[in-house]
Ligand binder design. Structure first.
Ligand code: AMP
Length: 357
């Protein structure tokens, strides 16, 4: 079915990512229907239609899916039953395979390694004895992560010399887990890219990310990396997208290693099957924003240009940093986006600023 302006895009999830996708969709003449379980969802405020119901509510999910022309999501923990149900009534883009792969760190790393792309060494952990054996094999330091529901450093613990393994396993709730070798990276990078419904592909430029307290603090483009590294990042993204028959925008989080002779190597840490915080710079730093690109892809429209417009820095406003909004607005180089969240709690992403120079 052809989707044209005037059609309705359904979005599962109602956070700031959904809010920014909805705004981009409205700009292209689409109507947006947001489905989320929290009445205080930032995306509800900018959508033509909204449904506030649980992701277990089959009747509400069916009514939502019947009311829209295509469904996408803005968070990767959409329950698989909800995704399956919705996709019976409307195309779900990206599809269930991408969701299932990205939801489980073991499936994700196995998938990436299966494509011949380098990751940290990893092992599946199902009990304490397995953890002890894997740590003995892999050596310390290493990182223990839950297979599911980890984000911004939650659900993970670094095992160092002297760390007690029983305590580490306890700290992640004795959940099914993955143990990873510690990567002595020179920096954290990411590539945000899109694959269209016709298999077309477009990648934004490689970007460099700085984290504070496990939360993305800023993204810089152009990144400090060799041209061959940028090309490799785009090739990695393309291989992943093709193998998943992916439709939409996604991000690949990467570690960059620098050898003694300066040679660079990329390792994949994670795939985010959605628009991504490290792509927010595109809202004013690229010809097409990642949000518009996602809308174009899931509607089956031509992808837009990923060309960069200048040197860009995107700074996240975390917690009470958003209180400086007036000073930010007074800076002619700054473009401010606020997510409309009522309460600025520590660690909560309230908005971001894109500086274009
Ligand atoms: P993740 O939840 O996998 O994105 O991990 C959160 C952060 O922990 C990353 O951004 C890195 O800073 C760090 N980290 C995760 N895995 C590793 C690893 N295998 N080696 C070194 N640092 C890691």
């Amino acid at each position: 079915m052809t989707i044209a302006p005037g059609a309705t895009l359904g979005i599962l999830g109602g956070g700031q990512l959904g809010r920014m996708i909805a705004s981009a969709a409205a700009r292209l003449g689409l109507k947006v229907h947001v489905y989320n379980d929290d009445p205080a969802s930032p995306a509800f405020e900018v959508a033509a239609f909204s449904t506030c119901a649980s992701f277990e509510d089959a009747a509400a999910l069916e009514a939502f899916a019947r009311a829209v022309n295509v469904v996408t999501y803005e968070f990767e923990n959409v329950p698989s039953d909800a995704a399956a149900l919705v996709s019976r009534f409307a195309p779900l883009r990206p599809g269930a395979q991408a969701l299932a792969t990205a939801q489980d760190r073991l499936a994700e790393k196995s998938f990436v390694a299966g494509l011949g792309i380098e990751t940290a060494p990893f092992a599946a952990i199902d009990d304490l004895a397995g953890l002890e054996a894997a740590v003995a094999r892999m050596g310390r330091p290493c990182v223990l992560k839950t297979r599911r529901f980890g984000y911004d450093g939650k659900g993970q613990v670094t095992i160092r010399d002297g760390s007690d393994l029983a305590q580490a396993y306890e700290a992640i709730g004795r959940a099914p887990a993955i143990l990873e070798g510690f990567v002595p990276f020179a920096g954290e990078y990411s590539v945000v890219a899109a694959r269209g419904a016709d298999g077309s592909f477009a990648a934004f430029e490689l970007c460099e990310n700085v984290h504070r307290d496990h939360i993305l603090a800023l993204t810089r483009v152009p990144a400090d990396a060799a041209d061959s590294t940028r090309d490799e990042a785009a090739a990695i993204a393309r291989a992943i997208a093709d193998a998943l028959d992916y439709v939409g925008v996604f991000a690949v989080e990467l570690f960059l290693l620098r050898e003694g002779d300066g040679a660079e190597r990329l390792l994949v840490n994670e795939i985010a099957p959605r628009v991504h915080n490290s792509g927010h710079w595109t809202d004013s730093g690229a010809v097409t924003s990642q949000f518009e690109q996602h809308v174009r892809a899931v509607c089956g429209w031509p992808l837009g240009s990923c060309a960069r417009l200048g040197a860009v820095e995107m700074v996240n406003l975390v917690g009470d940093a958003c209180e400086k909004w007036r000073a930010i607005l007074a800076d002619p180089a700054a473009r401010l986006t606020l997510y409309g969240k009522a309460q600025a709690r520590p660690g909560r992403k309230m908005g971001h600023v894109t500086y274009l120079r």
